[in-house]
Design a protein around this ligand. Structure first.
Ligand code: OSB
Ligand code: MG
Length: 374
């Protein structure tokens, strides 16, 4: 593949309702998109990638403007040098970018754009590329911290009415046992799990153990990103299965977490781990170890929501993911909106990872457009 041109856009898309986690309240999604114009075997194609980084480095150490900077300064030049020798394919991006430390979300966005271009040139859907045969995947929803238990119960009831098959409640100190109890009492049979986004420490072990009585599918990332050993210790102190999100940044860290007993379940977010290809490797490692995985989200737009659904069609994804309808976050998406029907999302069949975004949506939401010629 020859890369001819790259356009980096920063978009600001309003959310239908504020989304509060233990680390922030978002009222809009600031999202960096990567548009790659390339030639594959003489054919001109355009590929799109979306960057998982938020506007601020509060979920992980990356942020959208930093990702744009590292793509322009350090990542794209490495791919452009390779593209002159024609060794560039989506499968070589990871290795070509390996000398740059970290910046996995930036790398993931660039790899997604290259993979999208490559698959579009070949007329192949992402599901076919992955060998996925499922045509639908179950849909779960992540419910933010609310102002009151009443508001939480209303929000959960609304999502269940829409058909979501699993509810994830965001928790933090001061918003944990009582909200979870209220939801469990209102919905005794619903598949329920919690996500703390690293808001606790091991000192809270006795308190967190109180969640064991609610028959949760899992507790996600109660402790800090670096606390693998402490997650293992907490896992031994609780009955609720331990799930890691932030701590798993690669197949190697997934293997470490599994070996240490720090993860009985893994949330795989393609953006967090450097892209869809590393995400598949984590799936493979977990599956070989008998560890369940599910697909997490970063409030994806239509540029990545369908690709997440395709990934979640792999056989090791045995739990419903945070792959909700576009309408969970956005009144207007960048592509044809993803919808849930009977609690599930269709795995896309079009070539590539995503549809071409709608020009008027791009125009409406863009706050910055940067043209980069490699
Ligand atoms: O921890 O899973 C998380 C959103 C932003 C950052 C981190 C997380 C989340 C979510 C929402 O829980 C997942 C989604 O539906 O996209
Ligand atoms: Mg999480």
């Amino acid at each position: 593949m020859q890369i001819d041109h790259v356009t980096l856009r920063t978009l600001r898309i309003p959310l239908v309702t504020p989304f509060t986690t233990s680390f922030s309240t978002q009222t809009a999604r600031t999202v960096l998109t990567v548009e790659v114009s390339a030639r594959v075997a003489g054919r001109e194609v355009t590929g799109w990638g979306e960057c998982g980084a938020l506007a601020e480095p509060v979920y992980s150490d990356e942020y959208a403007a930093g990702a744009a900077d590292v793509i322009e300064r350090f990542l794209l030049p490495r791919l452009a040098a390779a593209s002159a020798d024609t060794v560039l394919t989506a499968e070589t991006v990871g290795e070509l970018l390996e000398p740059v430390v970290g910046h996995r979300m930036a790398k993931a966005a660039l790899e997604a754009a290259i993979l999208d271009a490559q698959l579009k040139a070949a007329g192949t859907s992402f599901a076919t590329y992955l060998g996925v045969t499922r045509d639908r995947v179950p849909s779960g929803v992540s419910v933010g911290i609310q102002d009151s238990i009443r508001a939480l119960l209303d929000a959960v009831a609304g999502y269940l009415d829409e058909g979501y098959q699993r509810i994830k409640l965001k928790i933090q100190p001061g918003w944990d046992v009582e909200p979870v109890r209220a939801v469990r009492e209102a919905h005794p049979d619903v598949a329920l799990q919690v996500d703390a986004n690293a808001a606790y420490t091991l000192v809270d072990a006795a308190h967190l153990r109180r969640l064991d009585e609610f028959d949760l599918l899992l507790i996600e990332q109660p402790l800090a990103e670096d606390d693998l050993r402490q997650h293992a210790e907490l896992a031994r102190a609780m009955a609720t299965p331990m799930c890691l999100d932030e701590s798993v940044v690669s197949a190697a860290s997934a293997a470490d977490a599994i070996q240490l007993g720090a993860a009985a379940v893994i949330n795989i977010k393609p953006s967090r781990v450097g892209g869809y290809l590393e995400a598949r490797r984590i799936h493979d490692v977990a599956r070989a170890s008998g560890i369940a995985v599910w697909c997490g989200g970063m409030l994806e737009t239509g540029l990545a929501r369908g690709a997440n659904a395709a990934l979640a069609g792999l056989p090791g994804f045995t739990l419903p993911g945070d792959i909700s309808a576009s309408s969970r976050f956005y009144a207007r998406d960048l592509t044809t909106p993803y919808v849930i029907e009977n609690g599930s999302i269709a795995v896309p069949t079009f070539p590539g990872l995503c549809e071409q975004p709608e020009a008027d949506a791009l125009a409406e939401f863009s706050t910055e457009v940067r043209e980069v010629s490699p």
